[in-house]
Design a protein around this ligand. Sequence first.
Ligand SMILES: Cc1cc2nc3c(=O)[nH]c(=O)nc-3n(C[C@H](O)[C@H](O)[C@H](O)COP(=O)(O)O)c2cc1C
Length: 402
Amino acid sequence: MRVKGMTGLRVGGIDGFVGANCPAMESPLINLADWEERAAGVLPREVFDYYAGAAWDGVTLRANHAAYARLAIHYRVMRDVRAPDARCRVFDLELPGPVCVAPTAFHRLAHPEGELATARGAGQAGALMTLSSLSTCRLEDVAAAAGGPLWYQLYINRDRGFTRELVQRAVAAGYRAIVVTCDAPVWGIREADVRNGFHLPPGIEPVNLMASTADSGAHSHRGAGMTEMMAWMLDATLTWKDVAWIAEEAGVPVLVKGICRADDAREALRHGAGGVIVSNHGGRQLDGAPATISVLPEIVAAVGGRGPVLIDGGIRRGTDVLKALALGATAVQVGRPVLWGLATDGAAGVTRVLEQLQRELVHAMALAGAASVADLRDDLVRAIPSDFSISANLHPGHAPCS
Ligand SMILES: Cc1cc2nc3c(=O)[nH]c(=O)nc-3n(C[C@H](O)[C@H](O)[C@H](O)COP(=O)(O)O)c2cc1C
């Protein structure tokens, strides 16, 4: 649907209102909840459930979202906010905005070009992307396709020789940091996947964990069944000394992802990490883990400016990003919304999702009286007293909450 005079990306601050790939009769993609709804109509049921799902009862998944609604923004006025500047710095990377792509698995389930399209789309938005260990495209090919900066996410594998080679491959291909995911000594149990009998179709594989190069063949797991391979990938014996080992090996900064406690953040830094990512894996590992935004302040205090602190989990609005930055995050990551963009419209969908969130942030900064991210400080955000009832609609694109 094209409306005369409304051909640009911005219509009253709303992106996607008249997108060229938004056929007539389909509702407009105004916010990230709309992208989720659209993706639900495009993806096979078991794939949507795999992406959307969470561990056990989904308590942490819901908490990640709800905790943002329990924070009020105590905005300022009269601050000259004609062009809020959302640029931020992570290590030596100057980013046009703080919205980054979290590592998520198996992108070829969403789109035939998989992680290649995600990396192109993220690059187009100027966003930092972290490639999952469970990428369905070769990490070298993703690096060649990407137009923006990349980090590589690592599960420290039982086979330490294979792990070392994987890190070396990633660094050689140009990945600028290694993100060690530490919240998965074993897999969380996602009951929707159990019910659906979720499995990868033939031809879609975590190729970087298979024999993708001649010299990694000795360590790889070609020929093993999926279940066996997934079990082989994780190591329940991991301790902090393994983080120290990766930090020594990597030759690039290492971040520890999956931190929800101040003491763990301190341990990460003590063992060579250059930064931490506050994450509960989007509620997919330990159900009952706290909402990430609720533990961010104590972790920021523990890190004390010694490295970047990123956060993910439940970030769906520019106001969520604003709250996270105000409480001390250096940048934020989004997981599922990127998959919804990818499923709906490939690389272009990824770009639009990221740009939409980024634009919402800039809009929210203007309304909050913040001319730059330096103006986002913790006095801007206060917890709403718990006896104050909130009837916020967490998914405004959908039917109102009753
Ligand atoms: C489908 C899916 C697959 C994921 N795969 C990985 C992974 O391979 N490695 C990892 O460290 N985290 C993984 N995560 C967790 C994300 O990196 C991130 O922590 C989470 O998605 C953030 O929450 P959000 O989806 O609410 O934005 C995955 C999350 C989802 C939804």
